[in-house]
Ligand binder design. Sequence first.
Ligand SMILES: O=c1[nH]c(=O)c2[nH]c(=O)[nH]c2[nH]1
Length: 286
Amino acid sequence: MTVKLGPNRYGKAGVRLVRVVREGTVHHLKDLNVSTALSGDMEAVHLTGDNAAVLPTDSQKNTVHAFARKHGVGEIEEFALLLARHFVDTGQAVHHARVEIEEYAWRREGPHSFVRDGGEVRTCVVHHDRDGRTTVVSGLKDLVLLNTTGSEFHGYAVDEYTTLRPTTDRILATAVTARWRHRGEGGDHAASYERARRCLLEAFAGTHSLSLQQTLYAMGERVLTSCPELCEVRLAMPNKHHFLVDLSPFGLDNDNEVYHAADRPYGLIEGGVLREDAPDAGFAWE
Ligand SMILES: O=c1[nH]c(=O)c2[nH]c(=O)[nH]c2[nH]1
């Protein structure tokens, strides 16, 4: 039997970086989770144990820390681009770098005091290779949304196992994971993020929903309609079911007032929306 090395990459995952900028008595905080992954000429490493091509994952972690000190941390996309370019430009055997960053939000509570925002996490994944190809995907996760009405679900396929009752008025709730691909490397990443996020919220709140699938499409469509710098959106939205509780054993009616919020199982609705002329995604989603 002959076998060969398949796709591979290696790096440091979960580098939890906190960067403080002190402007006199007013301090600023960035709280990130950075993961690096390099690939390239790594045959010998896997096949013979020759580690000459391996920049240790420990060095990759150190680079994240040193770059935070030397260059500061601005928008996560820019920090990821800086790191990805560095690894490809300086590592002979490195043909490709992938840098993923999550940013945890802190709300200011005073000049040097912050409250961790329990809400969504901002994300990005940057790829850069030695041919100069670069892709940037931005996004968010754990954006929890709920509509108390304006959601129906009926007209679905029925078979011998179907027990679900059709409804014309239900709670629609989800925790959005959304990622959007930039046409190029992107310009003003802060403004772009705020615009895309606002589109997701407005489309969720403003769509009279006949299914979570329809809402998902409306959200992706709104982002692409309002953000010319983006060409593709991918969404994953769990259906956080809210079941109306039967209160008749207690002689009580329940006109859409008391629900059981179930956490599992949950429906998982996933889909993408892209411009017809979207450039080839290449390795952007890997
Ligand atoms: O919006 C929905 N989409 C589904 O596909 C589905 N399936 C289900 O049981 N409830 C729902 N709701």
